[in-house]
Design a binder for this molecule. Structure first.
Ligand code: BES
Ligand code: MN
Ligand code: ZN
Length: 498
């Protein structure tokens, strides 16, 4: 994808030769109001801008985009007024409001060569993220040229803060948006082109950057080292499984963080096969792996003072004469045994192999993320991730997820579900045999494999990682890149506070 070129501008939006000027509107108690930084534009309209907006029916509600001709009042021929929604009691506007409005207006600006936005004067970093992410398009497989995303966006800087600080904000926000876009690209790549071997090769290419090391274990290495979960799930496919380890060692690293992400490149369910309807969305079952990989590359780009390792177990879950079956017992990495009662509960099997291996390197934190359960979507919907794990860390991760506008909610791991995972023959079974608390049961299963005393969190993004509906805010169709921004925020928080 080609992201718009961004630059902070000193010139007056009124007199800049651009295709369009963007301002923000708010949903006031008595109708539409102008957000900050729109005063100049209002003056150019001789103070009549609100009247014009009201006349055409603008309300300022979130993501409303109203396009007005400027009739020579501005140098640009068009003015786009985008709704930010309701301000807080004290009149303040959140970063997420700016991110969503910037994304919504970016989607309305396709085909434009150059625009100037004043939304950046409200929250600079959020405007950058919203603009880049709203402009995202996955066109690799389109043979006909569609509308190009807006080519260049001039950003009006906030009144407060130095030029140097503003440049740093734009740089960091751009890197974050690029990490999200990379995750979207990987998720959107179809499963005939993105399978364990090709996915691992792609990571090896991406790893050719300063301070980053990659190691790929192929099926032979996995066998030699006893990764029974990854091998078991992968056996039904002609595409052999992989385990990828991507490490960034930051300067003066104070803490070690292990990230683990589910990399099922396609999930048919295996012998416990899924129904046909909607199965194509299981191309996104590697969203966790894509997110942890993009996060490590981001940590390297922003030079976080941390050691961060992404572990991405990769397999394709297929039914075949060679496939693992219900009733099989797998010996996982580290030696625990698991009775497979449902081959569609495959994510937890590849994840615990990687989690046990990750813990051997002695991380201070272990964060695992996966498109793990349909039950997550039933419990929390398509846009809110479920966070489980060590009590305090779980709450911290969920709070940071909300702070960056990727909704996340802390969920419990009720002890009574553990007994429902008891197996007749092995140490544990991979499913409970009932559907109650399915997201939590998966979390309980993972917990069995977390090293004693290790601080950990599990983020189930089955719903939020893939947008099956129409675009909204800065979220385009298909891969969303969730939870990259949550992971980035957690790393930044660990770097700052330990
Ligand atoms: N990849 C799915 C979970 C999923 C469902 C992700 C919907 C995204 C959207 C996972 O491997 C799965 O199949 N889970 C089963 C577990 C069950 C067999 C205990 C599920 O949720 O049905
Ligand atoms: Mn499955
Ligand atoms: Zn799956």
């Amino acid at each position: 994808m080609t992201a718009p070129k961004l630059a902070i501008t000193d010139s007056d939006p009124i007199s800049t030769a651009v295709d369009a000027v963007v301002i923000g509107t708010l949903q006031g108690r008595d109708g539409v109001v102008l957000a900050g930084a729109a005063e100049g534009v209002n003056a150019a309209y001789e103070g009549a801008l609100l009247q014009v907006l009201t006349t055409v029916g603008a309300s300022g509600k979130a993501e409303e985009v109203v396009t007005l001709p400027t009739l020579g009042k501005l140098t640009a021929p068009l003015l786009l007024a985008v709704g930010l929604g309701k301000p807080a009691e004290d009149g303040s506007i959140t970063e997420e409001q700016v991110r969503r409005a910037s994304g919504a207006v970016a989607r309305a600006l396709t085909g434009k060569k150059r625009v100037v936005t004043t939304l950046s004067a409200l929250h600079l970093g959020a405007a950058v993220e919203g603009t880049v992410l709203g402009s995202y398009a996955f066109t690799t497989y389109k043979t006909a040229a569609g509308d190009a995303p807006v080519a260049k966006v001039d950003l009006v800087a906030p009144a407060e803060g130095t030029a140097k600080a503003h440049r740093a904000t734009v740089k960091a926000a751009t890197a974050i948006a690029e990490a999200v876009s990379l995750t979207r690209d990987l998720v959107n790549t179809p499963p005939n082109d993105l399978f364990p071997e090709s996915f691992a090769n792609r990571v090896a290419e991406l790893a050719k950057t300063d301070g980053v090391e990659v190691e790929v274990l192929d099926e032979k290495a996995l066998r030699k080292q006893g990764f029974g979960g990854i091998l078991g799930v992968g056996t039904g496919s002609t595409r052999q499984p992989r385990l990828v380890r991507l490490t960034y060692r930051g300067p003066k690293a104070t803490k070690k963080v292990a990230l683990v992400g589910k990399g099922i490149t396609f999930d048919t369910g295996g012998i416990s096969i899924k129904p046909a309807a909607g199965m194509e969305e299981m191309t996104s079952d590697m969203g966790g792996a894509a997110a942890v990989i993009a996060t490590v590359l981001l940590a390297a780009k922003l030079k976080y003072p941390l050691e961060v390792t992404a572990w991405a177990p990769m397999a394709e879950n297929m039914p075949s004469g060679a496939a693992y079956r219900p009733g099989d017992v797998l010996t996982m990495y580290g030696g625990k045994t698991v009775e497979v009662l449902n081959t569609d509960a495959e994510g937890r099997l590849i994840l615990v192999d990687a989690m046990v291996r990750a813990a051997e390197d002695g991380p201070d934190y272990l964060i695992e993320t996966s498109t793990l359960t349909g039950a997550q979507v039933v419990a929390l919907g398509k846009r809110t991730a479920g966070v489980m794990g060590s009590d305090d860390f779980r709450d911290r991760v969920a709070a940071l997820g909300r702070a960056v506008g990727e909704n996340a909610w802390a969920m419990p791991l009720p002890d009574e579900l553990r007994g429902d995972l008891d197996s007749r023959v092995a140490d544990i079974a991979n499913v409970t045999g009932h559907r109650w608390g399915g997201m939590l049961a998966a979390g309980i299963f993972l917990r069995e494999f977390v090293a004693e005393g290790l601080t950990w969190a599990h983020i189930d993004v089955a719903g939020p990682s893939f947008n099956s509906g129409g675009p909204h805010g800065y979220t385009t169709k298909g891969g969303t890149g969730v939870p990259v921004r949550t992971l980035a925020a957690v790393l930044a928080d660990i770097a700052a506070n330990g």
